[in-house]
Design a protein around this ligand. Structure first.
Ligand code: ADQ
Length: 475
């Protein structure tokens, strides 16, 4: 049987409870530990000088192959082009895009170097699955090194509309590089449509929807396939963790501090794409407009800082500290703190238990590829007495979770209304919404996500040789 080789920027440090915060790590590790294989990528170490060396480590059926980055590579490839150029652009924040040609050169150089490091570890029949925006040129680099294996790519973040992508100066080279993969996976249909739109209207290529649901793409002299593969979770595993943690210390502490008040819960990496400022303001608006909610509900925001060496992240952190301080100053009483704003990582089991103990899951990113927290929140609920999910329409998860109260995160009044509705929703409606969403989550769990992608990647090479002539683009 051929091995699965996962390549991602960061190979997550795995603790007993699974990898630390970050949706890619959680989803990928869950997918790989069942099939076995190799996970290759950056170790997280930044070296001042020298020659980084690959370290191999076996854990059960998974081999972790990690390598450090030199300081200049980290600055240019990771901090620079990946996180100061691509991340904001792909999250529709053209105003935050910073571009430096040397950083882009560094990004291309590091992709080529990482590919060269991987080549000696590869076997002929390995299937290679590359993840996320740090590694867009990776297939091109592997092909240049003579690798003939099947190579797929999954983008965890949104693919932006063409007019936004044009803000990234080397947009054409990036899309051309994507076309060197055999299969491209996006989180949602709108992301796939945005990609096809670029192919047809900016790159002069063609797209055609096939009977099997995949989209065939011809552009830059390449033929490949693309599809949407919404990433999932293991809802029953999360439900079990949540149930087991019900009487644990974190939940007991939360409940004894709340004295029977309701709780609204949010968990995110601290990132400007997650809509935290708007979310804080909508909670304030709820208290403003509904005096009966004062001293009756607390909002817990758990948000560990990430990418703290980037200016935009320092900025959002300061703004949130100011907002939470201002709102608490305005409404807090001796026995009640409206917003608990916590900069900590928690184990998955603790998070699941906290989700179950809260009345509302408040997930309102301005843009998000999927948002696993939304899926984890629903999974963790008590099936007899579930909480309500308030979800941004701009999270990929909103395409699937129609049982949520869907909001526009820019509409502060609309979000405040949704919070009010969620807090007073009768049990029968909560149950119906929960059951609808749980059925969807069970049907499309992480294994299904992985298996659909791997099945399609296994088919594309063969299928492309015997395809009928192209039809004109659809969708
Ligand atoms: P992220 O932007 O990291 O992921 P998300 O999908 O919500 O966003 O995943 C975050 C993960 O980290 C969740 O599993 C969550 O439980 C965990 N986490 C967050 N805060 C934590 C904390 N304080 N302590 C412990 N764990 C914490 C990217 C894309 C998403 C996409 C995923 C997966 O941006 O849109 O859903 O990849 O494809």
């Amino acid at each position: 049987m051929s091995r699965l080789i996962i390549v991602s920027n960061r190979v997550a440090p795995i603790s007993e409870g699974g990898p630390a915060a970050g949706g890619l790590a959680v989803g990928v590790y869950d997918a790989l530990k069942e099939t076995g294989g190799m996970w290759f990528g950056w170790s997280g170490d930044v070296l001042a000088s020298g020659q980084p060396q690959i370290v191999l480590e076996e854990r059960g059926a998974v081999t972790f192959a990690t390598i450090g980055l030199l300081r200049r590579d980290y600055d240019q490839y990771y901090r620079g082009f990946s996180n100061a150029t691509l991340w904001p652009a792909f999250h529709y924040r053209a105003d935050l895009v910073q571009y430096d040609r040397h950083e882009y050169e560094g990004y291309s150089r590091v992709n080529a170097w990482l590919a060269q490091q991987l080549v000696p570890l590869l076997r002929e029949d390995d299937v290679i699955w590359v993840h996320d925006y740090h590694l867009i040129p990776f297939a091109q680099a592997l092909r240049a090194a003579g690798v003939k294996n099947r190579i797929g790519f999954f983008l965890h973040i949104p693919f932006p509309a063409s007019q936004v992508l044009l803000a990234v100066p080397p947009h054409r080279e990036l899309v051309q590089a994507l076309c060197a993969f055999d299969l491209l996976g996006f989180q949602t249909r709108p992301d796939l449509r945005a990609f096809c739109d670029y192919i047809v209207n900016e790159a002069g290529g063609t797209t055609a929807l096939q009977p099997d649901g995949l989209t065939r793409i011809e552009a830059f002299g390449q033929t490949l396939c693309a599809g949407d593969y919404p990433i999932g979770v293991y809802p029953d595993e999360i439900a079990e963790l949540a149930r087991a943690g019900e009487r644990g210390k974190p939940v007991r502490t939360l409940k004894s501090t709340l004295h029977g008040r309701k709780v609204i819960m949010s968990v995110d990496r601290l990132d400007y794409s997650k809509g935290l400022v708007e979310r804080f303001r909508a909670f304030e608006r709820l208290l403003d407009h509904t005096p009966a909610q004062r001293n009756k509900v607390s909002f817990v925001q758990i948000a560990p800082p990430t990418r703290a060496d980037l200016h935009a992240y320092q900025d959002i952190r300061l703004r949130l500290e100011a907002e939470s301080g201002r709102i608490n100053g305005r409404y807090a009483e001796l026995d009640w703190t409206p917003i608990w704003y916590i900069h900590r990582q928690y184990e998955r089991a603790v998070l699941a238990a906290l989700f179950r103990a809260s009345n509302v899951g408040y997930v309102t990113p301005l843009r998000d590829g999927m948002n696993l927290v939304a899926k984890e929140y629903v999974s963790a609920q008590d099936p007899e007495d579930p909480g309500v999910l308030v979800l941004s329409r701009f999270a990929g998860a909103a395409q699937e979770l129609s049982g949520a109260l869907i909001v526009n995160p820019l509409d502060i009044d609309g979000m405040a209304d949704a919070l009010g509705t969620a807090l007073s929703m009768p049990l029968a409606e909560r149950l119906a919404r929960y059951q609808d969403m749980m059925a969807q989550l069970r049907e499309n769990n992480v294994s299904v996500w992985r298996d659909r992608f791997m099945r399609d990647l296994g088919r594309v090479g063969v299928r492309q040789a015997s395809l009928p002539p192209l039809e004109r683009a659809q969708g």
